[in-house]
Design a protein around this ligand. Sequence first.
Ligand code: ATP
Ligand code: MG
Length: 298
Amino acid sequence: MKTAKKALKLAEAFEIKDGASFRLKDFDPADTQGIHSKEKAAELLHESTNMLCDLQEKLYAQDEWAVLLVVQAMDAAGKDSLIKHVMSGINPQGCEVTSFKQPSTEELNHDFLWRAARRLPERGHIGVFNRSYYEEVLVVRVHQELLAKQHLPSKLVTKKIWHERFEDIRNFEKYLSRNGVIILKFFLNVSKEEQKRRFLDRLDEPEKNWKFSEADVRERQCWDDYMHAYEELIQHTATPEAPWYVVPADHKWFTHMAVSAAVIHALKNLDLEYPKVEKDRRKALETARITLGKKPKG
Ligand code: ATP
Ligand code: MG
């Protein structure tokens, strides 16, 4: 209970349910909400991992709700390690992670939500999108030549296209939420300075070299365009049914804790229970026990 309350407080600090007045500059990438010790954070993360396991078991057994976690960030903000930490310990059978890369020819031949719709979590499952349909109003907006590859009828490509996509995304998420999909969206808010430090680490430390890509440095040159795109998309797609969490990402330990808190809080709100065993079913279970050689109960 104590953990749930702490989770609620932590999650609320970064939650945006109405983007109208959202400004990125109001969110500090180095914020740790007054928690200064990594050890304290590790303790909290351990507690919340246990809690998440328990909640996921119930989600799976109940088989009604599905949970979709969308993770968006600039390079080196820590998407991969976040997913690894937050999902550690949960049952892999009830969880799928999809990484969205540059779209294939087949994907480009469909509407922009098509490939995401095919990877949505089924009831009882947690789906994690490592990048998502939000790339369609991020990288595609920053590099508009990508839009030309999408085979859209030219009549439909106007100045309004980004706002139309915001609207389509809002409608898609509303539709999902009406079908029992709980949607939580995380923007890992890393600072430009911290990104540089992490890139340099990747260059300096041999075991991190594999993570380095020249393309990441090129994208960094478009930093301001990306920040503008993030700010606008959050303003237009943060809703009560699909909130954004603008999570400080300069300290990875804090990112993990804050995301875990938001997930726990959302699952707690569902009042998940194991399915009730009806009287007839209980009788059948008792018969099975006896068949297995046990004495009748009571
Ligand atoms: P990591 O680098 O940790 O493996 P990543 O998510 O950065 O993870 P990459 O393969 O480096 O993976 O990059 C994927 C690239 O695909 C990103 O540059 C992203 O912007 C791009 N991408 C994703 N979705 C789309 C899309 N719909 N249209 C165009 N590009 C996209
Ligand atoms: Mg990358």
